[in-house]
Design a protein around this ligand. Structure first.
Ligand SMILES: Cc1cc2nc3c(=O)[nH]c(=O)nc-3n(C[C@H](O)[C@H](O)[C@H](O)COP(=O)(O)O)c2cc1C
Length: 251
C-alpha cells in the first residue's frame, strides 16, 4: 500500500482539515494510506539561523522537526496544506519550512509528488500556493495537484478529479514524469551553487551522481526545455566563482 503524509498546519480542525479528511477517504479507496501530521501536536522550534545544518550537517535544536522530516522522506508522496494567513502560509508551517533549510541545498525529497491544499476567507490563495510550489521544487519534489477553496464562495466537496493527478503520479513509473522548465532550471541553479559554494553540498551532489544529470532521475524531458536548461546551467557555471579561501590573496 502506498503511504502519504499530510502536513496540516492549522490549529483548528476546520476548513483546511475538512479538505484533507475528504481527500483521505478518496485516497483510501485507491489503496493509498494517508497519515495526517498536525503540526500543532509537535514541538517545532524557530530556526535560530546558526547555519549548522547547511555547513556542518544536522540541526542543533532538539525537538520534533527531524521526526516529521523523516516521515516525509520515507513517504511515497506528501500533502502540504495551510490556511491563508495574511496572504501567505500559516506561521506554524513557515516555522517548519525554515527548519527544512538543508533540503534547499541537499534536496532529499527528489522524485516525490506533492499535493498542495489551502483555504481562505477571500484572498491570498494564488500567492500562497505559488510560494508552496517553489518550496516543493527546492525540496526536489514536484507539484502534482492543487486543491483550494475560498470558503465563503465555493463548495467544499473534494472530488475524485481533484485527486486524480496526485494518484496518477504516485502510481505511474517515475520515467513517465515530465518536469517543468522551472524545475529543470532550479536543478541547474542548485547544482552550480552546490558545487561552487559549500563542501557538504558538493559531496552530497557527487554522491548522488547528479554532476552531469539534467534532473534528479531519468524521466521524460521536452527537447527544448532540455536545451534551455543545459545552456542555462553552463552559463551559470561560468558566472559563479568559488569563494576565495583565507589563504588566497584577494586581487
Ligand atoms: C491570522 C489569520 C490570518 C488570516 N489571513 C487571511 C487573509 O489574508 N486573507 C483571507 O482571505 N483570509 C484570511 N484568514 C482566514 C482564513 O484563511 C480562513 O478562515 C481559513 O479557511 C482558515 O482555515 P482553517 O479553518 O483550516 O484554520 C485569516 C485567518 C487568520 C486566523
Amino acid at each position: 500500500m502506498l503511504k502519504v503524509v499530510a502536513v496540516n498546519s492549522s490549529n483548528r480542525k476546520k476548513n483546511t482539515y475538512n479538505l484533507i479528511a475528504q481527500a483521505k477517504e478518496i485516497f483510501k479507496n485507491n489503496n493509498i494510506e494517508v497519515e495526517i501530521i498536525n503540526l500543532f501536536d509537535y514541538d517545532i522550534k524557530n530556526c535560530i539561523g546558526c547555519e549548522h545544518c547547511i555547513t556542518k550537517g544536522g540541526c542543533i535544536l532538539k525537538d520534533n522537526a527531524f521526526e516529521i522530516m523523516e516521515k516525509m522522506k520515507s513517504s511515497d508522496g506528501i500533502i502540504l496544506t495551510t490556511p491563508v494567513y495574511l496572504e501567505n502560509v500559516s506561521g506554524k508551517l513557515k516555522t517548519f519550512i525554515d527548519r527544512t533549510c538543508s533540503w534547499f541545498h541537499r534536496p532529499e525529497l527528489y522524485g516525490k509528488p506533492v499535493l498542495l491544499m489551502s483555504t481562505t476567507m477571500g484572498s491570498g490563495l494564488k500567492s500562497t500556493l505559488n510560494y508552496l510550489e517553489r518550496v516543493v521544487i527546492q525540496w526536489g519534489g514536484f507539484n502534482a495537484g492543487k486543491i483550494s477553496r475560498n470558503i465563503r464562495t465555493m463548495n467544499n466537496v473534494v472530488t475524485e478529479d481533484e485527486c486524480a493527478s496526485f494518484i496518477k503520479h504516485l502510481t505511474m513509473g517515475k520515467d513517465k514524469y515530465e518536469p517543468s522548465l522551472q524545475s529543470l532550471i532550479n536543478f541547474q541553479v542548485q547544482k552550480v551553487l552546490a558545487y561552487k559554494l559549500i563542501d557538504l553540498d558538493s559531496e552530497y551532489w557527487k554522491m548522488k551522481n547528479w554532476n552531469n544529470s539534467i534532473y534528479y532521475f531519468d524521466c521524460k524531458i521536452n527537447i527544448f526545455n532540455r536545451l534551455i536548461a543545459r545552456n542555462f546551467g553552463s552559463f551559470l557555471n561560468n558566472k559563479v566563482n568559488k569563494p576565495h579561501t583565507k589563504n588566497q590573496k584577494s586581487e
